[in-house]
Design a protein around this ligand. Structure first.
Ligand code: FAD
Length: 521
């Protein structure tokens, strides 16, 4: 077993060797929709990594996926990558000279509603792994008045893609990430077997695949828990000049029980200037609202903080009761007096808010520009120092896009899943530097920003912070081992069990393909 593992673990950016028979394998997959027009599968949202696959397959079922995996397994070198919507940053959904499965080809399959343990139990929807969350939202709300409980901010992502990572937004403090809101999945493993798994059935695969970076199997269907969808949302932003006051209020809000607090809690850092991209103008919610800097205290620092909150309600809710409920909560917050913005929008409009940003960015031509993003989870014990060293110094002029920072609760994350979070306290913060790089010569080159990300990560190591990368990306085995810590052995065992040839998701660069023949002893 040890000898096998030594071979198995990725040394460095080794690439799979091309075998002359690989092309024959592709032609042997008759009946499958295959294209060698691979340009879009060779790039991603990050826009800094490029890689040419051998072929792109558009599967019409789990059977097609299992066939493709088994065909790759029969070669010495071929790898297989499921591609959701290609919204990774660092080539994670690519397969250099391998097979890419375009999961969106299955996006309209099996949407089926049901209830756990018969009609009285929790309601759910079975959705294809290649469905966009935006589509899940529209179908659930329009057909049944129901909606998933936990979201991502942006819904142009696939179910399989976010479940392979975590899936985090302003509801995660209450319901956990999207991975904690799935009760069953159908997965095609690296052995080419199609397996139904849940907490009770094939549980090891279920836990492994959730947050598993696509390493253990391809999610072809997921059972997603639902709740009653509200009609409307009161959407609020309040501004802070002190990080200490900001975190105190945010942590209080995420500690409140369902029905006693807001339904959505997020927040972001912005620059204390009139910069249209990073500063005051990014805070008002509605075009008619204006940020008035005169209200800011004279000793405010280079950056400010904004809590973003939302309360769900129904049309039948009496306006004065709603106002009272909101005031009861907002009245306890210590934000800068008078710097508050609020609007009432439909639930759909609220959940699709980032789609409007996408549309605007496409018009400006920055949606397709490089996005050297950095996503991290940082323990509560280190977040004040992170603020002093990173927000107030390294990125005090902004990152050309949102800088998210808001608290999450570790107790809502299942440690049996593969995703890694800080352990030292129940509260940790998600920090997301969502950089949009303007076309040259206007802004710094993407490489400079990648170097800045690396400097921030290094600072966290040097200071001994308890942190994890979210949507992790590493180039060395040592860093992957450090990322998984005492869960590394479990990760390796799961890999050996469910993808013994290391065929799957090669773009994560954790393992390299084991050439045949393989003997596991
Ligand atoms: P891909 O990028 O296509 O794939 C990601 C990884 O998952 C790859 O390794 C791939 O091989 C694997 N994979 C894909 N499909 C499957 C499958 N069916 N089964 C198994 N493995 C699979 N994340 C959040 O948590 N919260 C957010 O609010 C959020 N907002 C975002 C906004 C934007 C504009 C962007 C670009 C990303 C955002 N993300 C967010 C990150 C997002 O969760 C990841 O990019 C994720 O990878 C989903 O993207 P995708 O569906 O395009 O998957």
């Amino acid at each position: 077993m040890i000898a096998y593992l030594e071979h198995f673990v990725h040394g460095n950016d080794a690439e799979s060797r091309q075998d002359d028979t690989d092309g024959d394998v592709v032609s042997s997959l008759d009946g499958l929709e295959i294209t060698t027009a691979t340009a879009s599968a060779g790039k991603d949202f990050g826009g800094t990594k490029f890689s040419k696959p051998l072929a792109v397959i558009r599967p019409s079922s789990a059977v097609d996926i299992a066939r493709a995996v088994r065909a790759a397994a029969a070669t010495a070198n071929l790898t297989v990558a499921a591609r959701g919507n290609g919204h990774s940053i660092n080539g994670q959904a690519m397969a250099h000279r391998g097979l890419v499965l375009d999961m969106r080809a299955m996006e309209n399959h099996c949407f089926r509603f049901g209830a756990e343990n018969g009609s009285g139990g929790l309601r759910y929807v079975d959705v294809p792994g290649g469905a966009l969350w935006e589509d899940v939202l529209k179908r659930c709300v329009s057909q049944f008045g129901l909606a998933p409980r936990s979201w991502t901010d942006y819904l142009g992502l696939t179910v399989g893609g976010t479940l392979s990572n975590g899936g985090v937004s302003g509801q995660a403090f209450r319901y956990g990430p999207q991975t904690a809101n799935v009760t069953e999945m159908e997965v095609v493993t690296g052995r080419g077997e199609t397996v139904i798994c849940s907490e009770k059935q094939n549980s090891e695969l279920f836990f492994a695949a959730l947050g598993g970076l696509g390493q253990f199997g391809i999610i072809t269907r997921a059972r997603v828990l639902l709740q009653q969808a509200p009609d409307m949302v009161r959407w609020i932003r309040v501004v802070y000049s002190e990080f200490e006051a900001y975190t105190r209020d945010a942590e209080w809000l995420v500690s409140l029980r369902e029905g006693e607090g807001f339904d959505y809690v997020e927040g972001f850092v912005f620059v204390n200037s009139d910069d249209p991209c990073n500063g005051w103008p990014t805070v008002p919610i509605h075009p008619n609202q204006r940020f008035d800097p005169v209200r800011l205290p004279s000793n405010a620092g280079p950056v400010l903080y904004c809590l973003e909150l939302a309360l769900h309600y129904r049309h039948s809710h009496h306006p004065s009761t709603l106002d009272m409920e909101v005031e009861k909560l907002v009245g306890r917050l210590r934000f800068v007096e008078g710097v508050k913005f609020e609007v009432d929008v439909s639930y759909m409009e609220f959940l699709l808010r980032v789609k409007r940003v996408e549309e605007e960015a496409k018009v400006k031509g920055i949606w397709d520009a490089p996005h050297p993003w950095l996503n991290m989870f940082i323990s509560k014990s280190n977040i004040a120092e992170f603020d002093r060293e990173v927000f107030k110094k390294i990125i005090k002029n902004g990152v050309g896009g949102p800088i998210l920072v808001y608290p999450l609760l570790r107790s809502k994350w299942d440690s049996r899943h593969s995703v890694m979070v800080p352990e030292s306290s129940n509260i940790f913060y998600i920090v997301a530097l969502l950089r949009f790089v303007p076309a040259a010569p206007k802004g710094p080159h993407a490489e400079i920003l990648v170097a800045q990300n690396n400097a921030i990560i290094q600072l966290c190591y040097n200071r001994g912070f308890d942190f994890k990368l979210y949507l992790p990306h590493y180039n060395s085995q040592e860093n992957w081992m450090r990322h998984f810590g005492d869960k590394w052995t479990r990760f390796i065992d799961r890999k050996a069990n469910f993808d013994p040839l290391a065929l799957l998701a090669p773009g994560q660069k954790i393992f390299s393909r084991i050439p045949q023949p393989l003997s596991i002893t």
